[in-house]
Write a protein that binds this ligand. Sequence first.
Ligand code: FES
Ligand SMILES: [Fe+2]
Length: 361
Amino acid sequence: MYPLSDGLFAAKNQWYIAAWSDEVSREPMERWILEEPIALYRKENGEAVALEGRCPHRGFPLGKSRVAGDNIQCGYHGITFQPDGNCAGIPTQLAIPQACKVKSYPLVEQWKWLWIWMGDPTLADTRLIPTEEELGVSANEHLMAIGGYTLVSGRYMLLHDNLFDLTHIGYLHMPNIGAGGGEQNTVPAIETGENWISSLYTQRDVNIPQYFSEMLKYTGKVDRIQGLKLFLPCLHVGGTQIFLPRNEDGTQGKPLGSLRVLHGITPATHHCAHYFFASGQSWSDDPAVSRQIFDNNRRTTGAEDVMATEYIEQMIQKNGGRLSEVLVKADVVCMTGRRMFEKIIRAEMRPETVARESLVL
Ligand code: FES
Ligand SMILES: [Fe+2]
């Protein structure tokens, strides 16, 4: 499915962010992930549970049902399911048909998120989830504000495309974080590893964007380095660093401040994605400053990214699900990233062939 090759949607044997920890309570909630309805709730001891959210009796949503002790009871005719998905009872009969059960998904609470594994549960290795060190939130140099969530009416790969190509910052986000100038000369430096890809954009001697000027109380020229590292398949970690321009001896100027951003992207359905967002800053100990930046980001930058994604989704759909593209140099990150997504999806489809291909490489 565009922008991936025909027939490819999303890898299942991966950890995805299902929800912010504080979204899930004793009140069940429904969240669609990779085209499947999931019911999320907490047991009496606080442990979170993820079950298939469609009752096998008549298809009523379990995420819109009720929690009873550690179980969930379907809101239609009262059939009850345990956290492992097995049926605990049918109100109108004693015998429980074998088919009367739902899938239970591995669910792990790490940092402030619940991570779900949609594929083969025997492969769910929790060591694959990015650590707090990798998120850059363990050392408190960036005071984080959290809790952003948006359901975006666009396919998840468009949100990845958006983060792969930060040259959009000078244009889509023009009046806010993008007024620095110099974007036309920006070619990303790119690095890749087994399950990650990072891009770095360096701009020298540009005007400080209005937004940072107000925040850092500085006007004049700066060096700006920004980038993101994607931990496949769903989390971009990165941000912006602002420095005084290089010194006469060529060394980097004094750092003025930096922002850290976390973007979690989980496919909901073919044309819809969950977007989780957090941000932090380095120049103030005041949580209110982090919160102010976070709110501003959501209202302006985040909303602009969502707008672009939804416009393009509409364009694709009106164009019969396809879009032809003219590629430019800055697309190197986007193209590399898309290939990495295709690789993990194909690896599930025909593992023996992919293993052979990597041997040949
Ligand atoms: S639909 Fe769930 S009990 Fe009937
Ligand atoms: Fe953006």
